[in-house]
Design a protein around this ligand. Structure first.
Ligand SMILES: NC(=O)C1=CN([C@@H]2O[C@H](COP(=O)(O)OP(=O)(O)OC[C@H]3O[C@@H](n4cnc5c(N)ncnc54)[C@H](OP(=O)(O)O)[C@@H]3O)[C@@H](O)[C@H]2O)C=CC1
Ligand SMILES: O=C1O[C@H](COP(=O)(O)O)[C@@H](O)[C@H](O)[C@H]1O
Length: 507
């Protein structure tokens, strides 16, 4: 593919990362994630010339499909969700290596057929026997798929070829189950063969946290307890649970996204500078900071969990969580969670990190706001600064990707009045290059064997250690608070910050 792609400029040194001979097997290929993200990402990689000639894509699922039906499914998913234009020549090359294997996860014959298919592709497409197995399947099925890969010799790296396992989130539902799953995984795959997905790490704006902090000189000197008042990390979604009731109920907002995405954002915001940008150095710093996270003493005071009630969103009536199809009408599952954490180290002692997430909130936005202390002394009259807020650096992760710096400025005129103003960096205005979709970046990294953007076992387990006591407390404490769909969450969450003399940002 790379050899014939006219979009690729071979002189462009910024695009040197092309995967070597390889293939990808997607388990659960008929599922939501595969259709919306994975299959389009594979096409986009091919279209950008980042996949090798002969790249192979194998779908494994229960449907009675032939190779042609699978190809049609990929085609439809690509047309609907891919980010790059559809080009016949790229598509034509991609389908040469497309195969479908029908079966269930406990079906030994299906796994034998999968092995034969991989051998056939190796000869026909020249994959070099290098295959990544992407487990885009219900989390309860992770162990059986891993064990089947072992049983049928699919995890063996013989003759210089590589085999890798890509495991979707959530990795377990608490520390114990994560440890158990880890044991199963590492009975089959060595640590460097395992890629745990946290797709937030594949987002361009999330990687930019490290660039912002460590490639510049002006932010790092003030990135500490001497200047920072608090940090707010928000991941707000306007969607409800959609068709994912079976997965979501019993899991909830905190396990779904705080344990992984939000704690990873917090780790990148709070960690020390790594010695280099390699996977071990990054993981070491993130692990240190996650290990230093301190829970509030009073979980009733400094955490909130809630469920959306019926409300209005985007001019349309939205049902409450308990009325959603497939949800237990007595469910206590959180669709909103807010927690206050601290980091017990010299840089951050005493600085609260407020994390919040929710479904059916006012709008879709993810951001990290580093909010600074007020100036220690003001030579201006009190009235001059009445409308001056706290300075802030806001990393806008999505959807309006960029960075905002908020500070006070004199209002033009003959009197002295100071008001908040913003300086803005927007990706769309500063760069002509488009950001790859997170899954595109992560799939390429798997094929390249680059594990920088994948959380390690220790990070996953430390994150559960942080969340488990909070979940246990919520289990015991009973009824979730409520918020109408389309609002910014429950009043209890506003009260939580007000008690600290602060307030949530309204992004
Ligand atoms: N969807 C999303 O937005 C996100 C999903 N994820 C994670 O990705 C993974 C997949 O999620 P999602 O796509 O939403 O899930 P879906 O329920 O939509 O898809 C699950 C897939 O697994 C297949 N499957 C289930 N059981 C079996 C079985 N016994 N044998 C063979 N195939 C089986 C299904 O096949 P069939 O069609 O025949 O039922 C389907 O292809 C999960 O781990 C989820 O947590 C992570 C982030 C976001
Ligand atoms: O991992 C998940 O993320 C999605 C939100 O992803 P985003 O990239 O659109 O922010 C969330 O809807 C889903 O519940 C969760 O499992």
């Amino acid at each position: 593919m790379s050899s014939s792609n006219p979009l690729r400029d071979p002189a462009d040194r910024r695009l040197p990362r092309i995967a070597g001979p390889s293939g990808l097997v997607i388990f659960g290929v008929t599922g939501d994630l595969s259709r919306k993200k994975l299959m389009p990402a594979v096409y986009d990689l091919a279209n950008r010339g980042l996949l090798p000639p002969g790249f192979s894509l194998v779908g494994f699922a229960r449907r009675e499909w032939q190779n042609e039906d699978f190809a049609q499914e990929v085609h439809d998913a690509v047309k609907e969700h891919a980010r790059t234009p559809f080009r016949e020549e790229v598509w034509h090359q991609l389908i040469q290596g497309m195969r479908f294997v029908q079966g269930t996860f406990d079906d030994d014959e299906a796994f034998e057929r999968l092995r034969d298919t991989i051998d056939e592709l190796d000869k026909a497409q020249g994959t070099g026997g290098n295959f990544a197995f992407y487990l885009s399947v219900p989390p309860r099925s992770f162990p059986v798929v891993i064990q089947q890969l072992k049983k049928h010799g699919l995890a063996d790296q013989s003759g210089g070829s590589w085999r890798r396992a890509v495991i979707e989130k959530p990795f377990g539902h608490d520390l114990k189950s994560a440890e158990e799953l880890n044991k199963v995984v590492h009975e089959v795959f060595a640590p460097d063969q395992v890629f745990r997905i946290d797709h937030y790490l594949g987002k361009e704006t999330v990687q930019n946290i490290l660039a912002l902090r460590f490639a510049n000189t002006m932010f790092e000197p003030i990135w500490n307890r001497s200047f920072v008042d608090h940090v707010q990390i928000t991941m707000a979604e306007d969607i409800g649970i959609g068709g994912r009731a079976g997965y979501y109920d019993g899991i909830g907002a905190a396990r779904d996204v705080i344990q992984n995405h939000l704690l990873q954002l917090m780790a990148l915001t709070a960690m020390e500078e790594p010695a280099s940008f390699d996977a071990d150095a990054l993981a070491a710093e993130k692990t240190k900071v996650l290990g230093a996270v301190r829970l509030p003493k009073d979980l009733g005071r400094d955490t909130v969990f809630a469920q959306y009630a019926a409300g209005w969103q985007g001019g349309e009536k939205a049902v409450g969580y308990l009325q959603e199809e497939g949800i237990d009408p007595k469910s206590k599952t959180d669709t909103y969670a807010a927690i206050k954490l601290e980091v017990d180290n010299r840089r951050w002692a005493g600085v609260p990190f407020y994390l919040r997430t929710g479904k059916r909130l006012g709008r879709r936005v993810t951001e990290i706001a580093v909010v600074f202390q007020r100036a220690p002394h003001s030579p201006f009259d009190h009235t001059a600064t009445e409308e001056l807020g706290k300075n802030a650096i806001v990393i806008r992760v999505q959807p309006d990707e960029g960075v905002t710096v908020r500070f006070g400025s004199k209002v033009p005129g003959t009197s002295m009045e100071i008001r908040d103003v913003s300086m803005d960096f927007a990706y769309g205005e500063s760069f002509t290059e488009s950001s790859p979709e997170a899954y595109e970046r992560l799939i390429l990294d798997v094929l390249l064997g680059d594990s920088n953007l994948f959380p390690r076992t220790e990070e996953v387990e430390l994150s559960w250690k942080i969340l488990d006591p909070i979940e246990e407390y919520w289990d015991k404490s009973g009824i979730p608070a409520q918020y109408p769909a389309g609002t910014w969450g429950p009043v209890e969450a506003d009260d939580m910050l007000e008690r600290d003399g602060r307030s949530w940002r309204r992004p």
